[in-house]
Design a protein around this ligand. Structure first.
Ligand code: XMP
Length: 516
């Protein structure tokens, strides 16, 4: 088993595609880590104890190199004798550091652009004389020192790509990681394999073995506990821990009452087959009591997150476990504090994790280096049931953030029914696999209707179906009208309190996927 992976470090300048760069590299069997942009040369070298750092990529970012507090790099990073590729902001930053000239572009280029390739070498080996690429920039590199050469230009951007003539330092003004750059994959492959000479030695099979070994080494002969939500991450972490620890593991499933119809029963059924201790805590009443009168979405999330922790603490105390396992994945880790200047849009209650003051010797996070789709591959390799592998992402606070305004038992029951209908109809119509999520939202608007021969005044249910790759952005899905009609008819017929069904046609951004 390979223990040290050839690795590309991605220096994060806050660009929205930063994670995409990491994913694209890993898709080629090469490991990649996102690191803060101000990692020092010494810190980068120290990483070689665990991984083989073979090259660096400087991501894009929202800043201008002219801003007084613009993020920079330790200039010694360029002297590490490692290949460096700057993308967009990274491209401009390298140019500025080596005393080239970066100017405000006369007109911003945003979207698809055509670049003329002046020299197809290195990162651009094998590309055509003209390439379609994805650009998004306000500044532009206008001149380079003599030891650099221009590899591509556009009408308004004289230095759209460059390289150093002696050292493997490259810059691309465009984003090869975005699908709209037609030959983006080829460009990244050129960098990974031709320039950095990486070996594709990051294999899923090895990773499973490594994670099980790590859990065994961390927990030793002691007992451990894991919070199991039934989502793919905690389910995969539980399956790995079951293999490592067997009945020294206790999985705790907290039913807060906002799970989807049939879900708690399905989770019990699946995990009771594992050779572990499975505890289901029915805490519906506790949660509902805490949420009386709570309307504001962030407050709702906080109340649920806190109560979840209390229930979990009580369960942990009973199991005399010394270790806590969590299904934290790579983007969670980055988004909860590792990334600088990132804004809190919503408090994800099961993302920030459980409080460190809980009395555990260690928190073990076997999936900490994996992306969601990699976790899904692991789930398939572990033979987890299809309903877990294909389960839609589901927020920790559950249906509570899909019920606008104050929660009541009646509203929860309506939402469960409506959600079940949306799921059934979409799954019947075979469009489910193209969708990231599909669900019902109970709005706090009421509307007039006519049911039978009488006037009715009832709730408005919104249906949301979104396509996405990583949930950072999403498109509302153009699902067939016939399916929407079936959903609407069933919801208004089968749920007496609902008079109207609407379809949410908002992308993310500006909307988020969940309503609260
Ligand atoms: P938004 O609504 O922010 O959601 O566009 C992005 C993705 O995250 C899921 N989500 C959550 N997942 N705990 C989670 O584990 C949470 O508190 C939470 N809130 C939203 C959401 O379903 C979507 O897939």
């Amino acid at each position: 088993m390979q223990t040290k992976y050839d690795t590309i470090l991605v220096l994060d300048f806050g660009g929205q595609y930063c994670h995409l760069i990491g994913r694209r590299i890993r898709e080629h069997g090469v490991y990649s880590e996102i690191v803060p942009h101000d990692i020092t040369a010494a810190e980068s070298e120290a990483l070689n104890e665990k991984i083989n750092v073979k090259g660096l990529i400087l991501s894009g970012g929202p800043s201008s190199v002219y801003e007084p507090n613009a993020p920079r790099i330790d200039p010694a990073v360029l002297e590490l004798n490692l290949p460096v590729l700057g993308l967009c902001y990274g491209h401009q930053l390298i140019a500025q550091i080596v005393q080239g000239k970066v100017s405000r572009a006369a007109c911003r280029e945003y979207g698809i652009a055509e670049v003329k390739i002046d020299k197809s070498v290195g990162v651009l080996k094998g590309v055509s004389a003209a390439e379609t690429v994805w650009m998004s920039h306000g500044d532009t590199v206008s001149a380079l020192p003599a030891d650099f050469e221009v590899l591509a230009h556009t009408e308004s951007c004289p230095v759209a790509a460059y390289r150093n003539k002696q050292k493997p330092i490259y810059g691309l003004q465009w984003h090869p990681e975005v699908v709209h750059t037609k030959n983006g994959v080829l460009m990244l492959r050129n960098y990974i394999f031709e320039v950095c000479k990486c070996e594709a030695n990051w294999k899923m099979e090895d990773i499973i073995e490594k994670m099980v070994k790590e859990i065994k080494a961390d927990v030793g002969e002691a007992k451990a506990i894991i919070g199991l939500s039934g989502g793919i991450d905690s389910s995969v972490a539980t399956a790995l821990a079951a293999e490592a620890l067997g009945d020294r593991l206790t999985a705790v499933f907290v039913d807060h009452g906002f799970m989807r119809e049939g879900e708690p029963e399905a989770i019990r059924e699946i995990f009771s087959k594992f050779n572990i201790n499975f505890v289901m805590v029915s805490a519906q009443q506790r949660f509902m009591d805490k949420l009386r009168g709570v309307v504001e979405p962030e407050r709702k999330r906080k109340v649920i997150g806190e109560e979840f922790i209390r229930v979990f603490e009580e369960a942990a105390e009973k199991s005399s476990a010394e270790y806590l396992l969590q299904g934290t994945i790579y983007p969670d880790r980055i988004e909860s504090g590792f990334r600088k200047n990132s804004e809190v849009i919503k408090s994800h209650h099961n993302v920030a994790g459980l409080p460190s003051k809980m009395n555990f010797k260690k928190i073990v996070e076997p999936l900490r280096d994996l992306y969601k789709d990699e976790v899904r591959k692991v789930a398939v390799m572990l033979n987890l049931p299809r309903e877990i592998v294909n389960r839609q992402p589901f927020p920790g606070p559950g249906l509570a953030v899909r019920i606008i305004g104050e929660l009541t038992e009646e509203k929860v029951a309506i939402t469960k029914k409506a959600d079940a209908i949306v799921r059934q109809e979409i799954e019947k119509s075979c469009i489910a696999e193209k969708l990231w999520q599909y669900f019902a939202v109970l709005t706090d608007t009421k509307a007039t209707g006519v049911k039978g021969d009488s006037r009715a005044y009832g709730y408005v249910v919104a249906v949301r179906a979104a396509e996405s790759r990583e949930a950072m952005t999403a498109n509302y899905a153009q699902i067939p009208y016939a399916v929407l009609e079936k959903i609407s008819t069933r919801i208004t017929n089968e749920i007496p309190q609902v008079t109207r069904v609407v379809y949410d046609i908002t992308h993310k951004p500006p909307a988020t996927i969940e309503w609260e």
